[in-house]
Design a protein around this ligand. Sequence first.
Ligand code: FE2
Length: 296
Amino acid sequence: MFDEGQLYSPVTTGSDGTVEVHLADNHPGRFDEDYRARRGAIAAAAISAPAGTVPVIDYTDREHEVWAIASEQLSPKHEKYAHSEFLAAKHRLRLPHDRVPQLAEVSAGLAPLTGWSYRAAPGLVPLREFYADLGARVFNSTQYLRHASEPLYTPEPDIIHEVIGHANQLASPRFARLTEAAGLASLRVESEEAMKFIADVFWFSMEFGVIREHGEVKAYGAGILSSFGEMDEFTHMEHRPLDLAQMGTLAYDITQYQPVLFCAQSLDELEDVVGGFFDTVDDDLTDRLRAEAAGA
Ligand SMILES: [Fe+2]
């Protein structure tokens, strides 16, 4: 089951006000004191920003370079592997390739396209809060970059995932509406099991979803389209038809390439099945779907 807390490095504030980000043992920046200090400073900026404001980060040349390398490497793969709806949205949003954009710029680009805005988060945002904000077309985003030693890899969602993956997706009115619907769905359910079920369906759609297009399997999920390695692998994985009972219950390992993906036959089918689920789900429906999965 999807546990978002596994993805993010924990952030703590000491009694002296020092903000610290606790990187996992396998994190490429684990022993880099400068990187760890930088992560603390960027998290602190989000924590101390006055309500309603987004901190401006003065990115270093090295950070801009990491963005530029990732952006340059991901772009040709998008042309080859991304669904046309994502590509069209990406071309309309026109994010910079050579430097890290500020979140305020991302919001300014999305505003006329779909009305979404970006808010800075130091790390993990509690699941309920994250989804409630999606329902208001607000995306909570981290601002840090992955470690410069591995510009094409990150064990946690950094600004390259949040912006190159999600903002390009949210520049599409159709994907924007699906994401908003997931957020509104969270407000309708009471049990934590139902909330998890919605988050898991989201994982297998907006994060790792694929669609058949002109006889090929194309990606629209932000988790695939922000990952160099995942784009090399997803066409070879097992592609199952959309199945809400499975999508909400299938166990998966977030640290591996996703071996099972759910493939819509078209964007219309995705909107009917997954969009229809987000639009109508309540606690009873997730109970029924879980029972269906257990009996299958
Ligand atoms: Fe994501």
